[in-house]
Ligand binder design. Structure first.
Ligand code: BES
Ligand code: ZN
Ligand code: ZN
Length: 496
């Protein structure tokens, strides 16, 4: 990861392989964003006409390279579009830095001359650098996508303690988002429930997080019928990983539950091959809660966290769960399985019941749960469902504050009756009607939430994996969705 420092030096005199300058679209003209004026004036009077000739518009994501031509110490000036309007918020900044850094392949050092007149803007720039510089290279014979070794952010706040702190925190958060991305991008041949559990044990070593792993025998002993039912078709047995962070003086207890299907073939209700290609991403919820918990502990936030990763591989075989089977879940409720491809809710339910026994102040589950949520909200907005509408709204705000798009969806009243409509078991796992699949799934999960527990469910099916091209600081592949929101949520509960 890029090493970030702050400096008060003048941008045009700063030694680096490239200097990043912002351009803002204002109507039909282009303005240089604050922080870059010094570079613009060093490039001389022809600068404005150069921008015009090159067709620089300042639109979000636009990247143009100019030679420093001796007037600027850096040999390359990278102009990055900040989009329309002079009110540059943190997310516009984060995205622009991400776009710029993705464009810089194989540079050793970069200087950033963007608007950085506040601590929060410095944080956004640091996050943009570290998140945009991410590349998944583990399986490449040749790696030509290395992020810069060093970045210097040019700011008047270079010696400000809060600014330096924000850079440190950005480093922790970005490392955790990138770790979640790595997990998501790792093929299911290498990341299965057993290796995932080993990874968590490994990562927690030497931290303030303790880890407990239930193997298939312990799961049987504990009556975890949901996790076992989903995992029983695979050659690799399921696992339930519990992480615990319990700092002194904790202001609240948060429970997190993540869906960790290391591959979702659909099981006997098998998916068509087109729907299966990206299904190594079906453990993104577990990756998010594991990574966020490690970050919360590293930040030393005074909030207790208990995080669950429900890990199973959903495969078809002679031992797989069949449609029509009845599972006895952790806690004793019975569920009629009607579609083995709706497996996420089954592994989540066991962990949700267990988490509620601890009486947390807040329970959040994170899951690539339904295609229906993608239909409703697209691929850049996650769904939030809750047993308390105000909680959905406040989490939406939390997500927005860190640049993640999430939107409340309802759990309509009629869903309660539908999930309880099975004639052979307490609950029906799947709604044969086609509509409202995300809402039905949430209503099913709600059945396992203990009385009086505040619960929210993040459906990240659309946002966890970027099937298309990179944009802003979002790479192709695993995005690390929900990690930043979970960390921020913990910080808020800790009174920060
Ligand atoms: N893992 C999928 C959901 C998913 C879809 C994640 C697209 C990421 C991208 C989930 O297990 C699933 O298959 N859901 C089914 C549920 C249906 C059978 C009720 C779906 O959404 O089609
Ligand atoms: Zn599925
Ligand atoms: Zn799934």
């Amino acid at each position: 990861m890029t090493k970030i420092s702050l400096s008060k030096a003048a941008p045009h005199k700063t030694k680096a392989d490239a200097v990043i300058v912002g351009v803002v679209k204002s109507g039909s003209s282009v303005d240089v964003a604050p922080g870059g004026e010094d570079v613009a004036s060093a490039l001389g009077r022809s600068f404005a006409s150069t921008l015009r000739s090159l067709g620089v518009k300042g639109s979000a994501g636009e990247v143009t390279r100019l030679p420093g031509a001796g007037a600027v110490k850096a040999p390359v000036v990278v102009l990055v579009g900040l989009g329309e309007g002079s009110e540059v918020d943190q997310e516009r900044l984060r995205r622009a830095v991400g776009s710029a850094v993705r464009d810089l392949k194989d540079v050793g050092s970069v200087a950033v001359a963007l608007p950085t007149d506040s601590v929060e803007r410095i944080r956004a720039v640091a996050e943009g650098l570290l998140l945009g510089g991410y590349a998944f290279t583990r399986y490449l014979s040749e790696n030509n996508t290395k992020p810069p070794d060093e970045a210097v952010v040019l700011t008047g706040l270079a010696r400000n303690k809060a600014a330096l702190n924000a850079v440190e925190e950005a480093q922790t958060v970005a490392r955790s988002v990138n770790a979640a991305r790595d997990l998501v991008n790792t093929p299911a041949s290498d990341l299965n429930p057993v290796t995932f559990a080993d990874y968590v044990v490994d990562q927690a070593r030497g931290t303030k997080v303790s880890v407990k792993v239930l193997d298939e025998r312990a799961l049987e002993g504990g009556g975890y019928g949901g996790i076992l039912g989903v995992g029983q078709g695979s050659e690799t047995p399921p696992r339930l990983v519990t992480m615990s962070y319990k700092p002194r003086g904790a202001k609240a207890h948060i429970a997190l539950v993540g869906k960790g299907i290391t591959f979702d073939s659909g099981g006997l209700s098998i998916k068509p091959s087109t729907g299966m290609t990206t299904m190594k991403c079906d453990m993104s919820g577990a990756a998010a809660v594991v990574s966020a918990t490690l970050a919360i502990a590293e930040l030393g936030l005074p909030v207790q966290v208990t995080a669950y990763a429900s890990l199973a591989e959903n495969m078809p075989s002679g031992t797989a769960t069949r449609p029509g089977d009845v599972l006895k879940m952790y806690g004793g409720k019975t569920v009629e399985v009607l579609n083995t491809d709706a497996e996420g809710r089954l592994v989540l339910a066991d962990a949700i019941t267990n988490a509620c026994e601890l009486g947390p102040d807040l329970l959040v589950d994170v899951a690539t749960l339904t295609g229906a949520c993608v239909m409703a909200l697209g691929t850049r907005t996650s769904g939030i469902m809750s047993n308390r509408p105000e909680l959905s709204e406040s989490l939406r705000t939390t997500a927005e504050s860190v640049g993640e798009s999430m939107w409340p969806l309802p759990i309509p009243e009629e869903m309660r009756e539908k999930v309880r409509s099975s004639k052979v078991a307490d609950l029906a796992q799947h709604n044969p009607e086609r509509w409202g699949g995300a809402l039905y799934a949430a209503a099913f999960l709600r059945e396992f939430v203990g009385e009086g527990v505040d619960w929210a469910h993040f459906d990240i099916a659309g946002t966890a994996f970027n099937d298309g091209g990179a944009w802003g600081y979002t790479p192709h592949g695993g995005t690390g969705a929900a990690v930043r929101t979970l960390v921020r949520m913990a910080a808020e509960r800790a009174g920060r």
